[in-house]
Design a protein around this ligand. Structure first.
Ligand SMILES: Nc1ncnc2c1ncn2[C@@H]1O[C@H](COP(=O)(O)OP(=O)(O)OP(=O)(O)O)[C@@H](O)[C@H]1O
Ligand SMILES: [Mg+2]
Length: 517
């Protein structure tokens, strides 16, 4: 057989257990040279584990891996992965934040002359050329942590690609788009297409099925650690993939809306932050209100301002008619306001504590008005909560850090939802969770709204907002563009308002202030 027809990567019967938990139970995956191959599966189905076996992070119990026909010795030594032209962008993007784009891209591969002097000029020109080829317009000397999210992701991608040294190989991307807004996803896809043109294969993991449909040539579905099929994308459909992934039909994605009460719970008057210049809102019992916009337009700052997690530079907020003064997280919690930030794993979870500890960490007495919680009851309560969110494994004693990315998200969301707060502030609540879990989260949000909680969601998921919110605010340059509600509240209309050229004005929603320029 010529080398051309050998798969770029061929994984057979991969098995991996973690202290009794079967993460991979005989996974197969075959990727052709120069194809973009999707890898999908529910949270905890084994995607990252498979990838980490390939990168040498985990030693598998059993299995066989070939790269272009050559058997790769297991466990993989990281140096072998590089030699066999495998390169990785892991779920936890690992760029050196304080270092420049140039340093990140050329890390460990600076061309040195006599006396190991780095040829900065040459390096800089090389990196500029690379950035230009991928249409990335950033200064190579800027520190990576100063870059907007989209550019940071592109630099991470480029860095992984660059490790292949331009040769035909396999680029493995574990959920590169989970925290990216749509326009940034398109740019990443363009970069992936460039790489494919150069003959490099790409393994792409994502929970957004529409992305997989758009960019991949073929897709492999994992369920409970085993491959349940590889399909040619263009001969497949979203429904087919979802059914294969869940092992059942998805059913209804969005619950029916419950009518909100007209009793105001929280009033926000002309608040200002570092991006938000003027935003007002009246949040009612049982209401679900969304805020959206393009990156950096301010919508994603609002929940943090409302919670006092970012300094409020102007305006006031009232709860039940009482002026809150300068909000602080402690004071807001005291008023029954909870915030679930987007970067949950880093900002609200304790990886080395158990699920039980993580879930019951928030000051319980504050909302339970009981003073203490019975431990046996607490345990079964946590167990039930994990079950309700389908956290896997649903073991209160497991360490949070050993759960898959999406299961960590679900656990941390459960932690706040159990408190039945008066006001729940959410930022991208479904980031990184699988499609079944997304449906479950929406069902839970509806349930707690029906019980009286007011919910505010900042998100760039237009379709989700259109289907679960009573009203959605679109912001641009820190100011309200328009409120969409009723018939006007559609995914299409939200997108139009987000992308509309500056200067056109929108209409005000009934009962809400419209800010004037
Ligand atoms: N270091 C570890 N120790 C114990 N169990 C682990 C460890 N890493 C992963 N697991 C378990 O292996 C299973 C597969 O996890 P993995 O991270 O591969 O899932 P995933 O498909 O990537 O999910 P997600 O979509 O949420 O990222 C899960 O049950 C997880 O809890
Ligand atoms: Mg994963």
């Amino acid at each position: 057989m010529s080398e051309e027809v050998e798969p770029a990567l061929d994984v057979r019967g991969l098995v991996k257990t973690f202290s009794g938990v079967l993460a991979l139970r005989g996974a197969d995956l075959s990727i052709r040279p120069g194809e973009i191959h999707g890898l999908i599966g529910q949270n905890g189905s084994g995607k990252s584990t498979l990838i980490k076996v390939l990168s040498g992070f985990h030693a598998p119990d059993r299995g066989e891996v070939r790269v272009h026909g050559d058997v790769l010795h297991l466990p993989v030594r990281p140096a072998d992965a590089a030699r066999y032209r495998l390169s990785f962008m892991h779920q936890e993007l690992s760029l050196a934040g304080g270092m420049s784009v140039l340093e990140n891209l050329r890390l460990g591969r600076f061309k040195t002359g006599l006396g190991w002097k780095i040829h900065w000029k040459e390096e800089s020109a090389r990196v500029s050329q690379m950035l230009a080829e991928f249409g990335i317009d950033v200064d190579p000397h800027i520190a990576v942590d100063k870059l907007p999210q989209a550019e940071r992701a592109l630099v991470g991608f480029l860095r992984a690609y660059h490790q292949l040294d331009g040769e035909r190989g396999l680029l493995v991307l574990d959920e590169p788009t989970s925290s990216l807004p749509r326009p940034a996803v398109s740019r990443l896809f363009d970069a992936m297409r460039v790489v494919r043109r150069h003959g490099t294969a790409v393994l792409f993991v994502s929970h957004r099925i529409e992305e997989v449909m758009e960019i991949t040539d073929r897709v492999t579905v994992l369920r409970d650690g085993a491959s349940v099929g590889t399909l040619v994308t263009r001969d497949s459909s979203e429904d087919r993939l979802v059914a294969l992934l869940l092992g059942a039909e998805l059913g209804r994605m969005y619950p029916t809306r419950v009518k909100a009460s007209d009793r105001a719970v929280m009033t926000v008057n002309h608040i200002r932050g570092s991006v938000v210049r003027d935003f007002s809102l009246e949040l009612h019992r049982g209401e679900i209100v969304g805020a959206t916009g393009l990156v950096g337009m301010g919508h994603d700052e609002i929940p943090y301002l409302m919670y006092g997690a970012q300094p409020l530079l102007g305006g006031r907020m009232l709860i039940g008619g009482e002026d809150l003064g300068v909000p602080t997280p402690g004071r807001m919690r005291g008023h029954g306001v909870c915030l679930v930030p987007a970067d949950r794993a880093r900002s609200s979870g304790v990886p080395r504590a158990t699920l039980m500890e993580n879930v019951t960490l928030p000051a319980l007495g504050q909302f339970f008005h009981r003073g203490y919680v019975h431990h046996g009851r607490e345990r079964s309560f946590v167990q039930a909560l994990l079950g309700r969110f389908d956290v896997r494994p649903a073991q209160p004693a497991a360490l949070l850090g050993t759960l898959s990315g999406g299961n960590q998200q679900k656990t941390l969301l459960a932690k706040w939802l159990q408190l039945q707060p008066r006001v729940l502030l959410l930022h991208e609540p479904t980031q990184g969770v699988d499609i079944g879990a997304r449906r479950d989260i929406f069902a839970v949000l509806r349930e707690i709204a029906a019980s009286g909680t007011a919910i505010f969601i900042a998100s760039a998921e237009y379709e989700d907002l259109a289907n679960i919110c009573h009203a959605v605010a679109v912001l641009r340059s820190g100011r309200l563009v328009t409120w969409l509600r009723g018939e006007d509240l559609t995914e299409q209309r939200i997108a139009e308002q987000c992308f509309r050229p500056v200067g056109e004005s929108g209409g005000a929603g009934p009962g809400h202030d419209e800010e004037e320029e």
